[in-house]
Each structure stands twice: as structure tokens, then as C-alpha cells.
Design a protein around this ligand. Structure first.
Ligand SMILES: Cc1cc2nc3c(=O)[nH]c(=O)nc-3n(C[C@H](O)[C@H](O)[C@H](O)COP(=O)(O)OP(=O)(O)OC[C@H]3O[C@@H](n4cnc5c(N)ncnc54)[C@H](O)[C@@H]3O)c2cc1C
Length: 394
């Protein structure tokens, strides 16, 4: 192929932005189209495992992300009454892989990635409704009148769970509802109310509800605590909870500290939890999918964003190796499909196991967390972390 290749990316979430940065690093011109009117620099907390930090290292951004985040030193799963069920050896994994596990605000990550891009190639307020493949290339199609861009050499759909690009490629099968509602946010609170020290994370498990939170490193001395949290409620309860105040009331029954964290969060975000079973293909010709558009998973092993970031770097790695965009995308898909299928399945298994909404299931789940989960989780995370997304992009 002669000249600089040009790729259109639909969606400026973490997958789309990482893809744009990674393509820039290998000399491919990436143009991003995002339906939101501006960068989505809000939206709660993310737990970034070492595999995502490695992928960010491949595009030269790991140090900045580590500086913006908090290194997780310990993670415990507890009952509502505070009884320890398991302490996950996060520190041991960090030592073995020599890369930290972090929690970081999604907004900081969006800002770090966006700062790497040429603003002239980031188009906000551009809702893509599909694409057209012609002999001249691939053209993204938009709702707005005002013309279409010149054809691109390829297009990556990074437009998330309800992807329009996926719909055109694979048909419109709805994502599977996991029967849960999730909330996430970042709270400023007080160490007298929230005692968990910086760098520590905890999940409290209850009957059909779960609350996970990590305390960020203190940015300034004093009593303030920054708490990154997310919660899931099974549908029977979660559906009735529409306002953050109602969520705080639900958790007040269990632990006043959690209610205080929810109450001190500006604009917590609510999502129904959904995933998709793996499909036999993700693309056709010079079009493919990345991130949640391809393989959305339940949040239970905290890999959705990590896999979006990883996939974006791997797509760039194949485009670096192979000039022909369609061929490079098929090679990327062959590498990524088995890995993400396993991660979607593990997340779903964990989600089903942790939901515990039948009578007596709490006890079975708690026993499972103590006896079976340690070996299973360590094995899953070793599979996740034993992967090199592409150091050669450096
Ligand atoms: C409660 C909760 C907690 C989670 N915690 C973690 C965690 O700790 N760690 C982790 O790794 N993952 C976590 N996840 C999963 C993670 O948030 C997602 O997997 C990740 O954000 C997916 O990124 P993406 O870029 O693929 O898609 P998205 O973030 O959904 O981005 C898609 C982008 O495309 C845009 N878009 C959509 N349609 C169009 C269109 N037609 N035209 C143009 N633009 C469009 C959207 O506006 C959006 O900006 C969590 C999820 C939930 C619900």
C-alpha cells in the first residue's frame, strides 16, 4: 500500500481513544467520530489490571496513568458484617508481573489519551449510523446532513455496547441483560466516615447486592478521602432505584459508611449490566470492532475497559505488521476472539456466582469465596496477565 494509511474510528471511549493513540504511534492517520458533544471526561472509577497498564506502556502512557491513579496494595472480600472472606494477593501478582494494578478515574484516563491526539481529527457530536464500503474504501455514515468524509482505508467500530457498526456487521441482536443494575462514582469524604486506608480496596457482598470501593492516595494532607466505588444490585431491587438518594437509603440498612460515600458523590452513574456471548466473527473487509462493541462483559472481574485498551493496541500491532487493512483486521480478530471469549465467560460465571439471590445462597457463595474462589481467581488473572499486547509498538 502506498501513502499513509487512514483509519476511521467510531467512538471516543477508552477503546476508541487508545486505538487512535496506538495508530498514531505506528504512523497510521486515525480520525475519531464520537456522538457525544465533548470528551466524556466523567464517569466514575476503573480498576486497571496490569495487562491494561502493559498495553498503555506500549503506547508510552503507562507512567502518566500510574501517576494519575492509585496503586492497589490490597483487596479484600467481606460480608456485610465486615467478616473477611478472602484477601486477594494483589501485591504478589504485582511483584510477579512487575507492573502495578491501579484504580483510576475514567475521566483522568480520557484526558490523558485525548491529550495525545490531534484535535482536528477528533470529531464530537458525530453520531455514526453505519458505513459504506466502496471500491475506494470505507465511508462512515452520519445522521447529520453535511456530507461524508473521503473514504478511509479501514474503519474500527469502538462504539460500545449498542454499537451501530456491530449492528450493520452482525445484525441487531440485543445484548444479554445480566439482571442487575450497576452504579459507579467517585466520592470526596472523610476518614472518620470511611476508614479504609489509601491503596486498599474492598468488596462487601450481601443478598443480591455488592459494593466495591477503593481509597485513593491522598492528594493533600488532612482528613479527606477520595473513594472510587461501584455497586451492583440485582434487578428485583435495582430496578426500583432510580435516584442516588434511593441507593444511599438501600445501603444505609447495611453500613452507614457506604451510604455516606454514595451521598457524597457528585453525579453517580447508573447502568444496566449487560454482556454478549461470543460470535463467530467481528468484521468484514476493512471493518472491524474493538472493545465493548466486540466483546462486552459483566464487570465482575474488572476487565471490560482493560480488554478495550488491550484490543486497541493489538489491532495497531497487526496494522503495523500487515499493510493490507482487511488482512490485518482478520489477524487481529483471530488473536483476540479466543482470549476475549474466555474473559466474557469468566466474568459471566463470576457474576452468576456473586449475585446470590436465592434463599440460602449467601452462605453457599460465602463458602465458595473462601474455598474455591482463591484458586480460580488466581488462575484467571494469571491467564489475563500472561499476555503481551505488543511491546513492539514502543
Ligand atoms: C459499574 C461498572 C464498573 C466497571 N468497572 C470496570 C473496571 O473496574 N475495570 C474495567 O476494565 N472495566 C470496567 N467496566 C467496563 C468498562 O466500563 C467498559 O468495558 C469500557 O468502558 C468499554 O470501553 P469502550 O471504549 O469499548 O466502550 P464505551 O466506553 O462504551 O465507549 C463507546 C463510545 O462510543 C460512543 N458511541 C456510541 N455509539 C456511537 C455512534 N453511533 N456514533 C459515534 N459514537 C458513538 C459513545 O458515546 C462512547 O463514547 C465497568 C463497567 C461497569 C458498568
Amino acid at each position: 500500500m502506498s501513502g499513509r494509511r487512514r483509519i476511521a474510528i467510531v467512538g471516543a471511549g477508552l477503546g476508541g481513544l487508545t486505538a487512535a493513540v496506538a495508530l498514531g504511534r505506528i504512523g497510521v492517520e486515525a480520525t475519531v467520530y464520537e456522538k457525544a458533544p465533548d470528551p466524556q471526561a466523567h464517569g466514575g472509577a476503573l480498576w486497571l489490571w496490569a495487562n491494561a497498564v502493559n498495553a498503555l506502556a506500549a503506547v508510552g502512557l503507562a507512567d502518566r496513568v500510574v501517576a494519575a491513579g492509585t496503586v492497589v496494595r490490597g483487596y479484600e472480600i467481606k460480608t456485610w458484617r465486615g467478616r473477611l472472606l478472602w484477601r486477594f494477593p494483589v501485591d504478589r501478582l504485582r511483584r510477579d508481573y512487575e507492573v502495578p494494578v491501579l484504580f483510576v478515574s475514567r475521566g483522568d484516563l480520557v484526558r490523558i489519551l485525548t491529550a495525545e491526539l490531534d484535535r482536528r481529527r477528533l470529531h464530537y457530536g458525530a453520531r455514526c449510523r453505519g458505513f459504506e464500503e466502496t471500491g475506494a474504501g470505507v465511508v462512515p455514515l452520519f445522521d447529520e446532513t453535511g456530507g461524508s468524509p473521503a473514504p478511509f482505508d479501514g474503519l474500527l467500530g469502538a462504539d460500545g455496547l449498542h454499537s451501530a457498526i456491530r449492528r450493520q456487521l452482525l445484525g441487531d441482536r440485543p445484548a444479554r441483560a445480566a439482571g442487575q443494575v450497576a452504579w459507579t462514582g467517585i466520592a470526596e469524604t472523610d476518614s472518620r466516615l470511611w476508614r479504609l486506608p489509601p491503596g486498599e480496596m474492598v468488596t462487601y457482598v450481601g443478598h443480591g447486592i455488592r459494593f466495591t470501593a477503593g481509597t485513593a492516595d491522598l492528594e493533600r494532607p488532612g482528613r479527606e478521602r477520595r473513594v472510587f466505588w461501584y455497586s451492583t444490585e440485582n434487578r428485583s431491587r435495582g430496578d426500583r432505584i432510580i435516584h442516588p438518594g434511593e441507593l444511599a437509603d438501600l445501603y444505609r440498612e447495611y453500613q452507614p459508611a457506604i451510604a455516606a460515600v454514595v451521598e457524597r458523590t457528585d453525579h453517580p452513574i447508573r447502568f444496566p449490566v449487560r454482556d454478549r456471548s461470543p460470535t463467530a466473527r467481528w468484521g468484514q473487509g476493512a471493518v472491524s470492532l474493538v472493545g465493548d462493541a466486540a466483546h462486552p462483559s459483566a464487570p465482575d472481574i474488572a476487565q471490560g475497559a482493560c480488554q478495550s485498551i488491550e484490543g486497541a493496541v493489538v489491532a495497531a500491532r497487526w496494522l503495523r505488521r500487515i499493510d493490507d487493512v482487511a488482512e490485518a483486521f482478520r489477524a487481529y480478530e483471530r488473536e483476540r476472539m479466543p482470549r476475549t471469549a474466555r474473559i466474557v465467560a469468566s466474568s459471566r460465571l463470576m457474576n452468576t456466582f456473586m449475585r446470590a439471590d436465592l434463599p440460602g445462597m449467601n452462605l453457599v457463595r460465602n463458602l465458595g469465596i473462601r474455598l474455591a474462589m482463591p484458586a480460580w481467581m488466581i488462575n484467571e488473572y494469571r491467564f489475563i496477565l500472561d499476555y503481551d499486547p505488543g511491546r513492539e509498538l514502543e
